[in-house]
Design a protein. Structure first.
Length: 354
């Protein structure tokens, strides 16, 4: 038996935004930064050669992956340089100097952002040769990162520092102050500036002679930082650029991670748009009082239980939603069975989120 929905039985609710923390277990502020074994050591396997994974990026976990099986990647950090500086060259062959991990990273991200292998990253009015990259793991966020939620502290000091570096900066996107700065191959983007909760501190995104602090791509979970900017605010974070094979151990992205973890504040939320449709399922007094359960009938289709002949009683446990051709599209389970007989009617609200 099927019952068709009539006008008014189906109600569509306006889409709503669900905002949660990006980090695992809905942790608001990611105050820790663990890497895989030897990822940021001088002689670790991740940096064993110019083509080792650590030269390209470092994954950052919420717990020590060497001792905690529940540890999950939260984001990764990378350093790119369009000239190939800042990482060892892949080989010492003639003509190959300057071709290394940093050049690959820069080319990868400009292809992703611009879909153009010749366009360079520009921050405000400044076009540096290099970039820092923070790439939020795709499993951490829903549809996009939440505008105005970014709160990233970068500190001049960090655990294990051999010099007394000073200075710090708190970064956010300028979505509240200025709105979108434009569209890219990855969707709309925003400037990263000194400030909080999407509000720019001051009146211009060019907060130093080196332009803005970076670019924020919420739909791709991507933060591109302008390394030249930090020489004015954070000691020790300006990248060192060299490229000789086997001698460059600067590992600029490790340096960035050290300054992030030293500040102990990385907050960014994720947004999911939810559309809801409500189906009001009505079982009138003379409907759905019998069962299709085969255990209730014999081989001749006679009822086996006399109580089901004159005064049947059933229990509704499941509602199926069907197409016009009687194809089952969805199933809704009730939290508890609903008793049904000729003296009762049932109204069941089914909510479908998508």
């Amino acid at each position: 038996m099927y019952t068709r929905f009539f006008e008014g039985d189906i109600v569509t609710q306006e889409k709503q935004e669900l905002v949660t923390s990006t980090w695992t277990n809905n942790v608001n502020n990611l105050t820790v930064a663990f890497t895989a074994s030897a990822d940021n050591t001088q002689n670790g396997t991740s940096f064993a050669s110019p083509t080792s994974s650590g030269q390209f990026f470092i994954d950052v976990y919420n717990a020590n992956p060497a001792s905690d099986t529940t540890a999950e990647v939260q984001y990764s950090v990378a350093y790119g340089n369009r000239l190939g500086s800042g990482s060892p060259a892949f080989t010492d062959d003639t003509g190959s100097i300057g071709i290394g991990a940093s050049k690959v990273v820069y080319n990868q991200y400009r292809q992703l952002v611009f879909n153009d292998e010749t366009q360079n990253f520009t921050f405000g009015s400044h076009t540096p040769n290099h970039i820092y990259v923070i790439n939020i793991n795709r499993a951490r966020y829903k549809q996009r990162l939440t505008l105005g939620s970014l709160s990233l502290f970068i500190s001049g000091g960090f655990v294990g520092a051999t010099t007394n570096n000073t200075g710090s900066v708190r970064l956010t996107d300028d979505s509240v102050t200025n709105g979108s700065s434009g569209n890219s191959n990855l969707g709309p983007y925003y400037n990263i500036v000194s400030g909080s909760l999407g509000v720019l501190s001051g009146s211009t995104i060019n907060q130093t002679p080196s332009g803005s602090y970076g670019l924020f791509y919420p739909e791709a979970g991507l933060i591109i930082l302008n390394p030249d900017q930090y020489q004015y605010r954070v000691d020790g974070l300006q990248p060192i650029t060299g490229s000789s094979q086997g001698t460059n151990t600067d590992r600029n992205h490790v340096k960035l991670l050290d300054h992030i973890s030293g500040a102990n504040q990385f907050i960014v939320d994720t947004t999911e748009e939810i559309n809801s449709q409500f189906y009001f399922v009505r079982a009138r007094n003379n409907e759905y009082n019998y069962t299709n359960n085969e255990s209730f009938i014999d081989n001749n289709n006679n009822l086996l239980h006399d109580s089901m002949i004159n005064n049947p009683k059933t229990f509704i446990t499941t509602v199926g939603l069907y197409s016009d051709s009687n194809e089952l599209l969805g199933v809704a389970k009730l939290s508890q069975p609903v008793a049904k007989d000729f003296t009762k009617e049932a109204l069941i609200r089914v909510k479908l989120d998508y």
